[in-house]
Design a protein around this ligand. Structure first.
Ligand code: PLP
Length: 404
């Protein structure tokens, strides 16, 4: 893979007197110059509201916004750009389905199936939706290797299950979930599948059509794009039948003092002035990722996972969670020590310029189920190196010397 570090100006800064080692990519990734430049260019040359004006700037801005939609549609292998809805991010995308699709398609006594490795954003919206209609929520359990097996999914499926909402990749265990097999199983029984792709879209080559899911949600900021924008992809047929979730300017065909009729999809789902620069920035991000090649990124991360798993195993008293095999994970490893709090380890690492995440990582039910107080999560991306992981490993040993 080409040397990408020079594309990320932030990697040149120091933190607490040491070169920054940024290993908190599962929380948010850094942004390459191309993405930031594109956003600046948008504001300097094209800024104007979209879908509203007939003047040149508005037309150019609309072209950029819709151009970004096409880039993202191609990036995830959607059938067409009308299936791409811009949202604030994964959380909003999942809430939208729970708020609008669930009441129209599920009834009292139906079951929504989640898994035990879910992020809070893929639990709470369903809890609230289920509460409102009297549906039930059941959970698919991970096995001892932190994996979701198809046998376990089969066990949980019944005639009452109407929707499975599941992560494509875990933000704590790193586990890659067999979405394609789950979709096949579900669709044979008429069950819909919603995928939380927040931790997968940055790392894996996604093709929503070959995965066979019905909904796919992801966030720009975890995949080199700006914050405040994300995507909800859904099959066109589903979107055409779905009630808009917000009402106002930009999403209508006709309005009278009495009522209103909606514009075509996807515009009917984007009421009000959208985050145009965000969409344009995400378009630049997926272009950057495609130019590097998702396969190259994946191979680089597997290399780093192998290297780090080996290195961490040497550390006395460490407990690593998630799959033991590097190729069954995305780019992250979480671990803990009995009697040493993860925040203390992260604090010592921070004094060395190393950024990692500590705590529950918005997956409290999983931590409670595993009976783990909290974990340190090291998450890497295309710009991280083995040299950085060596510094991390020395940093963890230093932290243990201080804290033990
Ligand atoms: C698996 C998973 N789902 C959902 C989210 C929520 O993403 P966002 O905060 O961008 O909406 C995250 C963020 O960490 C995540 O890791």
């Amino acid at each position: 893979m080409k040397d990408v570090r020079k594309d990320f100006p932030i990697l040149n800064r120091t933190v607490n007197g040491s070169p920054l080692i940024y290993l908190d990519n599962a929380a948010t990734s850094q942004k390459p110059k191309e993405v930031v430049d594109k956003i600046v260019e948008y504001y300097y040359k094209y800024n104007s509201n979209v879908h509203r004006g007939i003047h040149t700037l508005s037309e150019e801005s609309t072209e950029m916004y819709e151009g970004a939609r096409k880039l993202i549609s191609d990036f995830i292998g959607a059938d067409n750009p009308r299936e791409i809805l811009f949202t604030k991010g994964t959380t909003e995308s999942l809430n939208r389905i729970a708020e609008r699709w669930v009441p129209a398609n599920l009834k009292r006594g139906d079951v929504i199936l989640l898994s035990d490795l879910e992020h809070h954003s893929n639990i709470i919206p369903w809890q609230k939706a289920a509460e409102r209609i009297g549906a039930e929520i059941n959970y698919i359990n991970t096995d001892d290797n932190g994996e979701i097996t198809i046998e376990e999914v089969k066990k949980m499926i019944s005639d009452k299950v109407k929707l499975i909402s599941i992560s494509h990749a875990s933000n704590v265990l790193g586990t890659i979930v067999p979405i394609k097999e789950i979709c096949k199983l579900a669709h044979d029984k008429g069950i819909y599948v919603c995928v939380d792709g927040a931790q997968a879209a940055p790392h894996l080559k996604i093709n929503v059509q070959s995965l066979g899911c019905d909904f796919y949600a992801f966030s720009s900021h975890k995949m080199l794009g700006p914050m405040g924008v994300g995507v909800l992809w859904a099959k066109e047929k589903i979107l055409k039948e779905l009630e808009p979730y917000e009402y106002g300017g930009g999403m209508i065909d006709e309005v009278s003092f009495k009522n209103a009729a909606w514009a075509e999809i996807p515009i009917r789902f984007e009421a009000g002035t959208p985050n145009v620069s965000g969409a344009v920035g995400l378009g630049a991000a997926v272009t950057y990722l495609s130019n590097i090649g998702m396969d190259n990124i994946r191979n680089h991360e597997i290399e780093l996972s192998k290297y780090l798993l080996e290195g961490l195993k040497e550390i006395k008293g460490i407990n690593i969670i998630g799959p033991r095999e590097a190729d069954k994970r995305t780019g992250l490893i979480s671990f803990y020590f009995l009697n040493i709090h993860s925040h203390d380890i992260a604090s010592v690492l921070n004094t060395l310029g190393i950024a990692v995440r500590s705590g529950y990582h918005c997956a409290m039910p999983l931590h409670n189920k595993l009976n783990i107080p909290s974990t340190v999560r090291v998450s890497y991306y295309l710009y991280n190196t083995k040299e950085e992981l060596n510094t991390l490993l020395n940093g963890i040993k230093k932290a243990l010397d201080i804290l033990s």
